[in-house]
Structures are given as C-alpha cells and as structure tokens.
Design a protein around this ligand. Structure first.
Ligand code: ADP
Length: 169
C-alpha cells in the first residue's frame, strides 16, 4: 500500500528520495516547476538531460513517459522527469496524464525509491483544471502497483492543495 500525503510548498525543498519534474519533451528546461528544479538543483541535472538527448532520447521524451536523472544539489537522490499533456477541450487526454504518474512510479520502482514527491503535473502552464488534475493524480497513484511507500503531492498554492485535499478526504 502506498501512503498518500499532501504538502503545501515548493517541491525543490522536499527531501523525498525522488522528486518528479513536470518537464517538457525537450528535457532541456522550461518554466514553472521545471525551471525551479533546474535552478535549485544546479547544472548537473541539465548535463544528465543532455546526455539522455544525445542517447536514447534523441527526439526528446514523449508525453506520458518518464525518465530519471541525478538530482544535483537537491536533497533528493533523483529527479524523475515526466511530460504531461497540454489540456485540451477538444480531446480527452486524461490517460496521458494518468500515464505520467504510472510511469513515474515505474521508474521509481526501478531506482528503488521509496518516497516520491509529485507536483500537480499539467496543472500550470499546460492548463489542466486543478480539480480534474487532482482527481486523476490521486486515483492513478491509489490504483498503481508499486513498491513506493509514500507518494507525496507537493502543492504550490492553496487552491491546488485544497483540490487535492478534496480527493484524499
Ligand atoms: P505544466 O507545464 O505541466 O503545467 P507547471 O510547472 O507549469 O507544469 O505547473 C505544474 C504545477 O506545479 C502547477 O500547479 C504549478 O503551480 C506548480 N509549481 C510551480 N512551481 C512549483 C514548485 N517549485 N513546487 C511545486 N509545485 C510547483
């Protein structure tokens, strides 16, 4: 059983073994939580990302997939980068968002990480309505078969925290 915990705060300050980055497919940095992780984690994360791009991930990381790098100067041991889908009113992309959580947990299992901190993937620049993003995140982690003992959702603002709290209560 994976214990779900909610925290309000900045994911770059979390001491989970792995923290998940809401990356973009280039893996070369961006805004939001991605920018914050690279800023605080230092150049080692980007160096690892560049190696991934030079190797197996020449075209970048596909939406819904996940891959790990060092966490550089962060307290965590690993950053797990996942690419959320942009929200669309025309097309239901929920399964791609669920896949971000499933794939991140699968990578965490490969690494042997027991505690994983997640941001609200896709709920920022990618525009996903927070209540729906929270429902998909919590349902997917609850259903996942994983050795991860604690999944911690780290919510940056009160609105996101409350949306996740409604799913967990
Ligand atoms: P996306 O492009 O997947 O939407 P964003 O980084 O824009 O990714 O936003 C994802 C979520 O992460 C949003 O809810 C945003 O408020 C939140 N966020 C931004 N910075 C941080 C941070 N330092 N720690 C935790 N969450 C953050």
């Amino acid at each position: 059983m994976t214990t779900i915990r909610l925290v309000r705060g900045d994911i770059t300050r979390e001491s989970a073994e792995a923290i998940v980055n809401a990356a973009n497919s280039s893996l070369l940095g961006g805004g939001g939580v991605d920018g914050a992780i690279h800023r605080r984690g230092g150049p080692a994360i980007l160096a690892d990302c560049r190696k991934l791009r030079a190797g197996h991930y020449g075209k970048g990381l596909a939406t819904g997939k996940a891959v790990a790098t060092t966490a550089g100067d962060l307290d965590a041991r690993w950053v797990i980068h996942t690419v959320g889908p942009r929200y669309s009113q025309q097309e239901d992309r929920s399964d791609l968002l669920a896949s971000c959580y499933r794939e991140s947990l699968r990578v965490a299992d490969e690494l042997g990480a027991r505690t994983v901190a997640f941001p609200a993937v896709s709920a920022g620049i990618y525009g996903w309505p927070i209540d729906d993003a929270a429902r998909i995140a919590v349902e997917t982690v609850r259903k996942a078969e994983t050795g991860v003992e604690e999944a911690r959702f780290v919510l940056f603002d009160e609105k996101a925290y409350q949306a996740f709290a409604r799913q967990v209560d």
